[in-house]
Design a protein around this ligand. Sequence first.
Ligand code: SF4
Length: 174
Amino acid sequence: MNKLYCIACPAGCLLSVREFGYDDVEVEGNGCEMGIDFARSETTNPMRTLTTTVRTTFPGVPVFPVRTDGEIPKGKIIEAMVALSKIVVGSELGCGDTVVENIVGSGVRVIATSDALTADSRSAEPIGKNAQFDDVLSIGVYRSEEQLNSSSDDYSEPDAEDEEKESGRPHIRN
Ligand code: SF4
C-alpha cells in the first residue's frame, strides 16, 4: 500500500493506493473521483506542469516567466529544464505566446506567462539600461540605475536605518 497526497486540488487528500497491475489501482482516502484518476496517473505515468523562467536579450527583463501549456511526464522535467536553460528570448512576447514548440518531444508547448516583454511594459521596467544578466542574477534583486553606474565595490546592502527612512515604517529591533 503506497501513501501519497493528491495534488489535484488544495484539499490535498492523503491517498492510500494499492496497485494490482498497470492501470489497476484501489484507492482509499480520496475526497472525490479525481483522486482515483490522480492515483492511477501517479502510479503509472506521473505528469506535471512545468513553471520556470528563461533568459532574454532585453536588459530590462533579463529573465522571463514561462510554463508548459499542458502536463509533461514527470521523468522529462529535468530534460525540459536543461533545454529551457539554453533558450534566450530575443523578441517581444505577450502572455500565451509560444516560446518553445513540442518541448522534449512531449507535444506540449512552453508559453509566456507575462506581458513584461511587450514594448509598453519594457519601457516601464525599473532596472537600469546598462544592467547585465550577471548583475541581476548574482545579487538577486534589481539595483537602481545609480548603483548600476557605480563600481560594484560601492554596493552594500541597505542597513535597518536606511530601510526605515525609505519605507517610512519603523524598523523593529530585537
Ligand atoms: S481526492 Fe479530490 S478532494 Fe481530495 S485532493 Fe484530490 S481532487 Fe481534491
